[in-house]
Design a protein around this ligand. Sequence first.
Ligand code: ADP
Ligand code: ADP
Length: 238
Amino acid sequence: TGARLQARHLNVYINGAHILKDINVEIPRNKITCIIGPSGCGKSTLLRTFNRLNDNIEGLRMTGEVTFDGDNILKAGSSRLSELRRNIGLVPQRPCPLPMSIYDNVAYGCRIHGIHNRHQQNKIVRHYLRAVGLWDEVKDRLSSPASRLSGGQQQRLCLARSLAVEPTYLLADESTSALDPISSHKIEELFTELKVNNSIVMVTHTLSQALRIADHVIFMYMGKVVEEGDAEQVFRHP
Ligand code: ADP
Ligand code: ADP
């Protein structure tokens, strides 16, 4: 299937500062796309533009287009936006579980899809907690507040919550940065399995991670995309 998410002549300004400069990218379906580049080059800003999470930044101005299924999402109204965010989910860099139990954080995704049956919810919660490697650690305290988990556990919980919404595109902002190497590898493996049904866009500042898992890469530098393409080709001809 072809690309459905793309940016065309996208410019982002914050208080007059030119943060993203004429971005033209296509995010392929059912692949892992890695956005790579030094700190401050605009990776998060680009990622967050894909589901309009930058909207609340004061002094923000955007020009150009970000299209999803051919529809310019920069022009989407609020009801279209919430529908869009179900299709394009974001796992933030700093984990921010909802102020509720571990269980309910994940079950939230089920409710979005109208799954209210407790037995079904239990199965889904268990499925996604297992997928992120958290089930064994939390299965005996599912009703305790998510805020009691460690940073790394919260990051995996937030990932499970985003996955339970079953978005078409999953945007991940350095989702493995707070994790130990083993958990980090588990998440990488999970992303590789997920791309069968979902498309992943992840920000990383570690080239080695991109080398391991990227199918498609976007290199950024000082607000610009300096290279974009199939990972094998880009990495083979640097
Ligand atoms: P990266 O993810 O590559 O580290 P960011 O997208 O976070 O880069 O930031 C790109 C640039 O935009 C930086 O210069 C940063 O200071 C600026 N920026 C990001 N968010 C804001 C904001 N809310 N207000 C002002 N400047 C911001
Ligand atoms: P509550 O009063 O919050 O529903 P319960 O005693 O029913 O508390 O269970 C504690 C939490 O653990 C609940 O949120 C419940 O849905 C969840 N839970 C119980 N059994 C399972 C299970 N087998 N798999 C997943 N979650 C479960």
